[in-house]
Design a protein around this ligand. Structure first.
Ligand code: GLN
Length: 403
């Protein structure tokens, strides 16, 4: 299965890695922060050096119950309905390991976070793509809300082999926050066709402009078929902790626990304690309210910069990514591109050129499309704004060279 799709091709995170780029390139590529986690002092008091329970340390499961319980209107059962994983990615992998049988189909909206594809194929499943249609008019500033699903296309993609739909909201890389009506439509089809839903909500704490983050698990009838994925890395600006969690019914959590136990056995103990401290203190410190305001300010620096350049982009309602339309960015065909970039779409070359000549790295968006649809994504580069204000202001200054 390693031979399927792009699994053996160099992944985008490795190509646009700081190690391959000039030392002074500003990294707005991979979505990780260049500032310390606000709850980092929690690490200082940690003394947890032995194996965690495979379900996760009880302090963290209790903290998840207390923080998320009200959001799901449920008294979450820490033994049966919460599972701590080694990052959200591993949790998603474990769900797929637990549920997929040979050739089971998993529907995802395209563009999709690239890890889903190998996570499905490594587990013998078949990815099925339903487009998120980009806004069509030729120029301007779009809202991520203007990227739309066609309900008919979704229903037509469902077959007797469909096992699951992955719903990523807020969405990476588009930044779309799915509306209640859209989620009700998806939920209706999941019920009608008896499908599981994996709700990847790792950016749930990063929703802007008063937009409401709706959890599909909370829609009528959906709790029993939905597993919701969360992430300490995204919530606490600590992507290196590799701590995530799954919340869902015992019927999903139990087989997934069996899978995760055999994949990683247990998640690292000390950083579970740190994540627990973060969740415990979040409310009193108004941590997430402050954080969302900070990210909105970060977003503004890049959107002001793109407005000044007159380049179209998608203004995200959630997450920390902006899709910039790079179709008008010119570069010489004979530029010394590395081999890893030459075999790929125009966006791979454009992102390489922008990294080396402008000094700002980004991620080419065709990576978030299947090979057959890569041309749709070639129009965009994804810029991450989970960086400190000075870094973003420097990047905006450098962008003036693009004019
Ligand atoms: N989720 C982050 C991003 O989209 C990191 C991706 C990764 O490390 N694979 O940038």
């Amino acid at each position: 299965r390693l031979k399927e799709g792009r699994a053996l091709a160099e992944d985008v995170w490795s190509i646009y890695n700081v190690a391959n780029l000039p030392a002074d390139c500003i990294n707005l590529g991979q979505g990780y922060m260049n500032f310390p986690p606000p709850v980092v002092e929690a690490l200082g008091v940690v003394s947890a050096n032995h194996y965690s329970h495979p379900k996760g340390r009880i302090r963290l499961r209790e903290a998840i119950k207390n923080f998320y319980g009200p959001q799901f209107n449920r008294d979450l059962d820490v033994e049966k309905e919460i599972l701590v994983t080694s990052g959200a990615n591993e949790g998603e992998y474990a769900v797929l390991t637990a549920f997929l049988e040979q050739d089971d189909e998993v529907i995802m909206f395209e563009p999709f976070f690239d890890q889903y594809l190998p996570s499905i194929t490594f587990n013998a499943g078949k990815p099925i793509y339903v487009p998120l249609h980009p806004p069509t008019s030729a120029s301007g500033k779009f809202s991520s809300d203007e990227w739309k699903i066609d309900p008919e296309e979704l229903e037509n993609a469902i077959t007797p082999r469909t096992k699951m739909i992955i719903v990523n909201t807020p969405h990476n890389p588009v930044g779309k926050v799915f509306t209640k009506a859209e989620l009700e439509m998806i939920a209706g089809l999941a019920e009608k066709h008896n499908l599981l839903v994996m709700a990847d909500e790792v950016y749930d704490c990063l929703v802007f402009d008063g937009k409401e983050h709706v959890r599909i698990a909370n829609l009528p009838g959906m709790w029993d078929r939905t597993v919701t994925v969360g992430s300490a890395g995204k919530s606490f600006a600590a992507t290196g902790w590799r701590v995530g969690w799954l919340i869902g019914p015992a019927s999903i959590i139990k087989p997934t626990l069996a899978a995760t136990t055999r994949i990683v056995f247990a998640t690292n103990s000390p950083l579970q304690e740190a994540a627990a401290a973060g969740l415990e203190q979040a409310k009193e410190r108004k941590f997430f309210q402050t954080q969302v305001a900070e990210y909105a300010e970060r977003r503004q620096i890049l959107t002001d910069c793109f407005d000044a350049l007159g380049l179209p982009y998608t203004n995200p309602e959630g997450s920390y990514f902006i899709l910039l339309d790079i179709s008008k960015v010119k570069f010489p065909d004979d530029y010394p591109f590395p081999q890893s970039v030459l075999g790929r779409g125009r966006d791979f070359r454009a992102c390489w050129f922008i990294a080396l000549e402008i000094g700002v790295s980004s991620i080419p968006v065709s990576e978030f499309y299947c090979i057959e649809h890569a041309n749709i994504g070639e129009v965009y580069a994804r810029f991450a704004f989970c960086k400190d204000l000075d870094t973003l202001r420097n990047a905006a200054e450098r962008f003036k060279k693009l004019k």
